[in-house]
Design a protein around this ligand. Structure first.
Ligand code: NAI
Length: 457
């Protein structure tokens, strides 16, 4: 087996960056170069004050220790390929938007482009490692491309080495992985290449945690792991709907079920549904794979995990909150630093719909303030979840809860019975300004909370 001295990683994203930075830290004798076509991303990795393009606890420390010693970031993809004995392909594999398999299959364009580049540039033999999450048997397509385009002295061995890190705990996951999975062809060359990569991980991962399997098992295991994890979330979320309908408490149910050692306690937290770049994409990928293998029942089974997630998101998205008042205090149209802005931002991050009414603040001002408070989200998206009303009654119609955010006197004189009749029950009022007659509202049937008062009743 080749002793790896130089590694190149194509793709300096959430996976390539942290993974190969950790390899550099743990293997001072190996030179690691992470290359990417995206100049600004590479610049950020190289920034003198460590303003890295992604945030992960502990990542900056790792980069500080290794960068410039045996860890380099560059846009010179060809040079990285030329020099390396082992190349990780860590490019993005989003769900296809058009063409065959649109909406399900993984878009392998980036993998293909990177593979073609390797074939075009390499003048000596390389171990090529799929790090990206790819459909089962992608290694075969990569091999076809590499072999059809290779130079006389260049042999390629292909390995699958999927990444199991979770965003948010990437560095911890990489320092102490549950397992490292390496798949190879079961030929002598394949097994040798597998040994070369296993030697790299052996610098810090206990041997028994490095699992070596066949190429296809390795590729499928990554999709399977994400599908099983997402399935637990959809299962607990499905049960949360039953809890709400029966009066059972999902946290108690999850605790009781998770105590069974066959089930285990992790990943049983009910939520608004899973998000992120991987679960949905990888399950859809598995669904597509099942369909293309003419296994419609299998495809339907896994698709339901995604459908349950959509259902859960819809259930939460239905919650509607009326915010009465947007100005920072009554009798002004000034909204600078108004509490409403932060309140609405937080409601939106919980996926609620918000109705806003203020007697004096212009709609344009509200949009401008919200756009500023939620950077990175286009105003069009914000407008899908926020509706501006021109009266209190219409803002409260269909809502579950009302928040009094500004002490406009007119809010005291609303026809609260009519408001109550128009709302979804139970109807909540949070009086953030001690403006309303709580006793009167409770008589109507509202569930009233006044700021600073314990008497909820
Ligand atoms: P990302 O989008 O953050 O990074 C991919 C990078 O590859 C980008 O910076 C892009 O500019 C670069 N790139 C694309 N084509 C290139 C080419 N031909 N040459 C050079 N650079 C190129 O993606 P991320 O999140 O790092 O994911 C990468 C793969 O890892 C995906 O297949 C994903 O499914 C998988 N994965 C992601 C995890 C995550 O938590 N984000 C966890 C485990 C696996």
């Amino acid at each position: 087996p080749v002793k790896v001295k130089k590694i190149c990683c194509i793709g300096a994203g959430y996976v390539g960056g942290p993974t190969c930075a950790v390899i550099a830290l743990k293997c001072p004798h190996i030179q690691v170069t992470i290359v990417d076509l995206n100049q600004s991303r590479v610049d950020a990795w190289n920034s003198p004050d460590y303003k890295l393009p992604i945030y992960e606890p502990g990542l900056e420390e790792v980069v500080r220790q290794a960068r410039g010693k045996n860890l380099f970031f560059s846009t010179d993809v060809d040079k990285g390929i030329l020099e390396a004995d082992l190349i990780f392909v860590s490019v993005n594999t989003p769900t296809k938007k058009t063409g065959v398999g649109a909406g399900f299959a993984a878009d392998l364009n980036y993998v293909e482009l990177a593979t073609r580049r390797i074939a075009a540039v390499a003048t000596s033999s390389k171990i090529v490692v799929e790090k990206s999450t790819v459909p089962c048997r992608t290694a075969e397509s990569m091999r076809t491309i590499l072999e059809a385009n290779s130079k006389p002295n260049a042999r390629f061995d292909i390995l699958s080495n999927p990444e199991f890190l979770a965003e948010g705990t990437a560095i911890d996951d990489l320092f102490r992985p549950d397992r490292v999975l390496i798949g190879s062809l079961q030929t002598q060359e394949g097994i040798d290449a597998c040994t070369s990569l296993a030697e790299v991980y052996a610098n810090w991962v206990p041997r028994e945690r490095v699992l070596t399997v066949g190429l296809w098992s390795s590729e499928l295991s990554k999709l399977a792991a994400n599908a099983m994890l997402a399935q637990r979330i959809s299962s607990i979320n499905a049960l949360s709907a039953i809890c709400e309908a029966t009066g059972a408490n999902i946290d108690e149910v999850a605790h009781a079920v998770g105590y069974d050692s066959r089930v285990g306690p992790k990943f049983l937290k009910a939520s608004v549904g899973f998000g992120g770049s991987c679960f949905q994409k990888d399950i859809l990928n598995l669904v597509y794979l099942s369909e293309s293998l003419h296994l419609p029942e299998v495809a339907a089974y896994w698709r339901q995990v995604v459908e349950m997630n959509e259902y859960q998101k819809r259930r939460f998205a239905k919650k509607r909150i009326a915010v009465l008042g947007f100005a920072f205090k009554a009798d002004t149209g000034d909204t600078r630093e108004s509490a409403s802005i932060t309140l609405i931002r937080d409601f939106l991050s919980e996926k609620a719909h918000v109705n806003v009414y203020d007697p004096k603040v212009e709609g344009e001002q509200i949009w401008q303030d919200l756009a500023e408070a939620i950077p990175g989200t286009p105003l069009e998206t914000i407008k899908k979840s926020v509706t501006i009303h021109n009266g209190a009654l219409s803002a409260c119609t269909g809502a579950e809860a009302i928040v009094i955010a500004t002490e406009w006197k007119e809010f005291r004189d609303i026809d609260w019975q009519a408001v109550y009749d128009s709302m979804n029950k139970p109807a909540f009022v949070f009086d953030g300004r001690m403006l309303l007659d709580a006793k009167k509202l409770r008589e109507i049937g509202f569930n009233v909370t006044v700021i600073g008062r314990g008497d909820r009743l």
